[in-house]
Design a protein. Structure first.
Length: 135
């Protein structure tokens, strides 16, 4: 439970939460509670967390790196208006059954990786904007 990791006025300075490493798997952890209390979170890595089928990231408006390859996630619904900046990485698992993206902006050479699969049943992508670096 990450709720306890906030200061006395209910704010969190947590910017990065790295649980996965891309090499190992975890089939025991099924979720992360209290994640919504960490509004400043920019990086989240749950690679290899195969028992984690759902994760609410809809309140994480600063998130620009989300690594979930080889996790068990079945849906991806980031915060509305999310901005993915140059050099960041969004890597989604092949277990996804639904993708719901609203008002996402992608900048420069950011990586957005997802390999479609036969599990995917629902896709909604609205107002996707490609931001180019200004000169």
């Amino acid at each position: 439970d990450l709720t306890a990791a906030v200061n006395t006025v209910g704010e969190s300075s947590l910017r990065s939460l790295i649980l996965g490493d891309g090499n190992n798997t975890n089939s025991y952890v099924t979720g992360i509670s209290g994640l919504s209390a960490h509004k400043q979170l920019e990086e989240l890595d749950i690679r290899g967390y195969q028992a984690m089928t759902s994760l609410d990231i809809s309140s994480l408006t600063k998130l620009n790196s989300f690594k979930a390859i080889n996790s068990g996630l079945t849906s991806f619904a980031p915060a509305k208006g999310l901005r993915i900046y140059s050099g960041s990485d969004v890597s989604l698992p092949s277990t996804l059954q639904s993708i719901d993206i609203d008002s996402m902006a992608i900048s420069g050479a950011s990586a957005f990786n997802y390999t479609p699969n036969s599990n995917l049943r629902y896709v909604s992508m609205r107002n996707i904007e490609r931001m180019w670096p200004s000169n």
